[in-house]
Design a protein around this ligand. Structure first.
Ligand SMILES: Nc1ncnc2c1ncn2[C@@H]1O[C@H](COP(=O)(O)OP(=O)(O)OP(=O)(O)O)[C@@H](O)[C@H]1O
Length: 240
């Protein structure tokens, strides 16, 4: 397997509070990788370390074999944070134009890409609407559109479908599969267990440690349960 993102022995503390404890995690290229774990287990912190939004206390993180500090890699990464970072007073179109310029998209490409990504998230009819008039789910979808704008190699999506209804969630997952087919790598955190089951591989984080890292069906097998939801519940109860 080709590893695209590699966490080696990564630890992180906030003051005296340890959050990640010697995490080793290799994300294979071209797959949908799910990161699950209870609230506060360190999922967002791990992602933020990769993006460069948090420093690490110990360990190393590499992207395609290069230490992340050493490379200006942000153009290769699409990041959707857990809370939407949008300019509320601007329209969706203006938000997208702004991010397109940050990503360095050429003017000619911008219009086409904006239309493509807004079609993907089913918001094409709402391009000219100011973001403060969007619903929560629409804002989430706009954030996803922004993450997709520059057609990045890797997509880091922190709870991407929160507030999105089941029909649209299904469509968005179909888009994730399509992106994978085109060779993209997706790293997704989720609390939605049926989404976790759709990932190619899943890591289960608990108290800052990876306690499982396998295909969803292998995880259910090794926990001797029939669904990821039960794995989650069992790991909570048994203090593994
Ligand atoms: N900047 C910070 N300063 C201090 N503590 C922090 C900071 N960021 C996160 N933490 C703490 O680190 C722990 C892990 O937080 P993190 O957001 O990584 O969890 P999570 O697994 O993503 O949770 P959730 O599923 O609720 O999003 C929590 O106890 C949180 O309070």
């Amino acid at each position: 397997m080709d590893v695209i993102i590699d966490f080696k022995n990564v630890s992180k503390s906030f003051g005296h509070h340890p959050v990640l404890n010697k995490v080793d995690l290799s994300i294979p290229s071209g797959e949908i990788f799910g990161l699950i774990g209870p609230s506060g287990s360190g999922k967002t912190t791990l992602i933020k370390i990769f993006i460069g939004l948090e420093s690490l206390s110990a360990g190393e993180v590499s992207f395609k074999g290069e230490e992340i500090k050493a490379i200006p890699f942000y153009k290769k990464i699409g990041y959707m944070a857990q809370s939407d970072a949008l300019y509320e007073e601007l329209t969706a179109y203006e938000n997208l134009q702004f991010f397109a310029s940050i990503y360095g998209l050429k003017k000619k490409e911008r219009k086409q890409r904006i239309e493509e990504v807004m079609k993907t998230v089913d918001l094409l009819d709402h391009l000219k609407k100011p973001v403060h008039l969007y619903s929560g789910g629409m804002k989430r979808r706009l954030s996803l559109a922004i993450a997709l704008l520059h057609d990045p190699e890797v997509l880091i999506l922190d709870e991407p479908t929160v507030g999105i209804d089941p029909v649209l969630r299904k469509e968005i997952w179909a888009q994730f599969q399509k992106l994978k087919k085109h060779g993209r790598t997706l790293l997704i955190t989720t609390h939605v267990m049926d989404e976790a089951e759709r990932c190619d591989r899943l890591a289960l984080l608990r108290d800052g440690k990876i306690i499982a890292n396998e295909k969803p069906e292998s995880i259910t097998e090794s926990f001797q349960v029939s669904s990821i939801e039960e794995v989650f519940l069992k790991s909570e109860v048994s203090n593994i």
